[in-house]
Design a protein around this ligand. Sequence first.
Ligand code: SF4
Length: 595
Amino acid sequence: MASDQSSTIKAIVKAFDSDRSRLMDIAQKVQDELGYLSEETMETIAEALGIPLVEVRDMASFYAFFNLEEKRENVVRLCNAVVEKMKDMDSVGRAFEKAAGCAFGETSPDGSIRLEYTPCIGMSDQAPSALINDIPVTSICPEDVPRIIKDLKAGKKYSRANVSSAGAEVDKNLIKAGSVIFSPMEKGSAIRKALNMSPEDVINVINQSRLRGRGGAGFPTGMKWNFCRKTKGDAHYVICNADEGEPGTFKDRVILTECPDLLFEGMTIAGYAIGAQEGFIYLRGEYLYLFETLQKELERRRHLGLLGKNIAGRSGFDFDIRIQVGAGAYVCGEESSLIESLEGKRGAPRDRPPYPVTDGYMHQPSSVNNVETFCAAARVMEKGAGWFSKIGTKDSTGTKLLSISGDCAHPGVYEIEYGECIADLLEMAGAKDVQAVQVGGPSGTCVAPKDFGRTICFEDLPTGGSFMIFGKDRDLLDIVHQFAEFFVEESCGWCVPCRVGTTLLKQKLEKIMAGNGSSLDLKELEDLGNTVKLMSRCGLGQTAANPILTTLQNFPKLYSRLVKGDDFVPPFDYEKALAPGIEMAGRQPVVEEEV
Ligand code: SF4
């Protein structure tokens, strides 16, 4: 390795205090400087940190946004999520291939442009969209593409240096603001109220509000804070999960753009309640363009005495927040994977129990909460538990943000009171002739029109916020297949039921879709789905079969019209079956002659 490159790497490692837990940031910075992470580069990082090379390789090879193969000047990552495909992503993809002169998964002949597909980047309300050198570009038409490629080659508009000013390209799309998240609040007013109480009383107020986690599982927030506070440790940590990777979700994008202060306020209150001095926001890599703006907002709060030492004049209450940027791994939305990633490792889920509240970041008690949950907690402190608990339903107090996308006139973010029914939401979004609604993303529930009276709340249809609408002309089984493919791609591969099971589910589905399935295959598909659900190690595998299981239950005709009777034997095409093997081996099979 050239000595100047080696010096660059060593300087970067030093800038991060040679802290092994900052390995993600170090690798990202080195990649920004040198274009990619070669074997030699990783060796130098390992040496400078005093860790084995395998630890660097293990981490870097896990994340989609680290590039280990070749120097890439410009990378176009076209989002291929379900809603993007509904909005003619394929035509945009073909236009990119034509203009760049290469297929997706390849680099252009002149080496200047790499084309890749990527799962949901949080822009389903303005599809088709792409990340171009980490800059979000939305509502792309095929006619826009030649100009984009020209600008890319000119090296100005899509320079990585412009990433922090890229927010202008993204529409807010806040269609309906409610009283909890999107109403104005004076900076520091909720913190001051909290500081007038003891930490235990703050937790009592959160308990009285009956606030539940907004990620979908709905664990009571006050109870979580209480467990964390009561667990002894060298330090306690507040962690904000801003890794909203569920396809079709983009509500955190709008919170982080419109009211980051509310989030920081909520995290600081959590810090006071659980006895933490440090908080982290794990920001998904796809939202890198928000990083600088959020940093400036944090800095402003430090100047106002709302972060740092002796917050709001309260002697001895010190708390600060650091933003950790992710690198493109859906599984990091799972809290234990997120913590591994935050420690600078590959984002592999941990065995649970122990749960993060007792054994989290650096094996210390940590409270991991969702962006929306922290915002709601701040509002509870500002306006009181009584005010908050009157909104919504008995077991689901407050409001919920929904990211509505797909076949509707007004895609965007809606803040609704818990308890609203799907039919009302469809009317609000201007959706007509709806075949199905996918509530909670691929890992959620596919709801049929007969159930549009069902309501969004923990008692009925809990959701992290994704709400995708499919019109009557959509091929619903093809959408289920896309979800099945998504889980195959995103499985971290650690446990067999998920690693193998997701592939078997996809293959079985393909067999049925090709008209080669019998009613026995349907039974096997359901059994397999239930096995993957029951036996997988973490939430990803436990929900990966949901698109199939919920459509089998709610749309049985989708499947039954394709399958034959129990005694059906599908035709076997010998040459077609051998073709992949012949291609791989590069030769025809040798046929032994009979003696
Ligand atoms: Fe990894 Fe899937 Fe197992 Fe979770 S369930 S640990 S994502 S293989």
